[in-house]
Write a protein that binds this ligand. Structure first.
Ligand code: HGY
Ligand code: MN
Ligand code: MN
Ligand code: MN
Length: 428
């Protein structure tokens, strides 16, 4: 049997930051929108090309690569005791329309480079290390966030919902997955589920997607909790009609119903009693969408979050009450009010927080404990194993838009902290 290496191998971390920087540019070219924006939606051709690019980097890093039925990709470095639960890290490469090239990508390319850094240093992991590319973190195509990690964490609801889910072009999830080379001859997605304890720890490197670290000149954010996300789909129906001929008292305008509900979302969120409650109407579609036709149908999608789950749920309840009130005052029908997801927050594990804190101290980097207002795959990995996140600053906190930017230095700091954290967790 192998003598496990003594607890803290001192490792010198040499990082190829220019090669890594080029990888961000190369990966961002796999996009369905013009540079500098990135659009990379689950199972599209660009997504498949980007996956191939990342798998190639994993192989060059000497990782053994496997993919599950829906395209979660795992790159593994066997440790000296491969029978022990591995330490995992990873993030996503899918990108919402017209977004940036760092959200998620930092935690995938950075994780592969962290493996390279450890290999260059001569480090030998006791527990195996795994880099995970989660198949889709953004809700863009099938309306559910963290689809890959949510399924890995054992969501029965999602496993059955995905059998019938279709995208806005009416393409089913399974057909889309098969067009990308996944979900071959299976329709039981529970094969994707991982067991609790599948990993001894999970750590995700990600840009902050907020301005705090940059404003305060701090190099590393150590995430203590991830806010509780929820998303709703609402539809109103009215009689529609000719924009010139139908007089105002005779209208039941589904478009105005949606507009009123959007303002009600803002009102209920602002009245929640806490700055931590947020609400957004990012999708508002009118049918038939003609200037001279009174909207007969409206479709709105609402994203609301809070670090306090009960407070968030109270806001959802008030939004529902407002939707019902609007049907009465405007004479429209509430043809749909569905809660797509209503997730609890996730708390980071003390052990992982400690490992990240020690790593930042050893690397003489400033750090700060903070919550994540954005959700991440870590929200679901926390249901499987002790989890934590490492944040790096991003320019003015910009994210989900083409101006998103993280400097070579900040990415390098994040990669070094991740490498050192993985080393520590692997020896535990
Ligand atoms: O919306 C989010 O919080 C994540 O960036 N998908
Ligand atoms: Mn995102
Ligand atoms: Mn992300
Ligand atoms: Mn006409």
């Amino acid at each position: 049997i192998h003598e496990p290496p003594h607890s803290s191998q001192s490792i010198s971390l040499s990082l190829d930051s220019h090669a890594l920087h080029n990888q961000f540019d190369e990966l961002s070219a796999f996009s369905d929108s013009p540079h500098p924006s990135v659009t990379r939606v689950l199972y599209t051709d660009k997504d498949v090309l980007a996956r191939r690019y990342v798998k190639n980097l994993m192989e060059i890093a000497g990782l053994s690569v496997r993919e599950d039925a829906i395209g979660n990709i795992f790159g593994r470095w066997d440790g000296l005791e491969p029978e022990l639960a591995a330490v995992a890290t990873g993030s996503h490469i899918d990108a919402i329309p017209y977004s940036g090239k760092y959200d998620g990508v930092v935690g995938v390319l950075g994780a592969i480079e962290a493996i390279n850094v450890l290999k260059r240093s001569g480090f030998k992991p006791r527990r195996s290390l795994e880099v995970i590319l989660f198949t889709s973190e953004e809700p863009t195509r099938f309306g559910i966030g963290c689809l890959g990690s949510r399924l890995l964490s054992g969501s029965e609801n999602l496993a059955s919902a995905l059998k019938t889910t279709t995208d806005s072009q009416n393409i089913s999830f399974l057909d889309a997955a098969r067009s990308a080379g996944y979900a071959k001859d299976i329709d039981d997605l529970s094969s994707v589920f991982l067991k609790k304890g599948a990993y001894s720890a999970f750590v995700e490197l990600h840009i902050e997607q907020g301005p705090i670290l940059e404003d305060e000149g701090i190099s590393i954010g150590i995430v203590t909790a991830i806010a509780a996300p929820a998303s709703l789909k609402v539809e109103f129906e009215g009689n529609g009609g000719h924009a010139g001929a139908v007089l105002m008292p005779n209208r039941n305008d589904a478009g105005l119903a949606a507009a009123e509900l959007a303002l009600a979302v803002e009102k209920h969120v602002l009245e929640s009693g806490s700055i931590d409650t947020v609400g957004t109407v990012g999708i508002l579609e009118l049918h038939p969408g003609a200037i001279n036709s009174i909207p007969s149908k409206s479709h709105i999608e609402i994203d609301t979050r809070d670090i306090d789950e009960e407070r968030r749920n109270r806001v959802i309840e008030k939004i529902h009450q407002s939707a019902i009130k609007i049907t009465k005052t405007r004479g429209v029908k509430l043809s749909e009010f569905s809660i797509i997801n209503q997730d609890p927050p996730a708390l980071s594990s003390e052990a992982v927080i400690k490992a990240v804190e020690t790593a930042t101290r050893e690397l003489n980097l400033t750090s700060k404990l903070m919550i994540s207002r954005a959700y991440h795959d870590s929200l679901f990995m926390a249901r499987l194993s002790p989890t934590g996140m490492i944040f790096i600053p991003c320019y003015k906190g910009y994210s989900h838009k083409p101006e998103e930017f993280a400097s070579i230095q900040d990415v390098a700091n994040g990669v070094k902290v991740l490498a050192s954290t993985l080393a520590k967790l692997s020896l535990q």
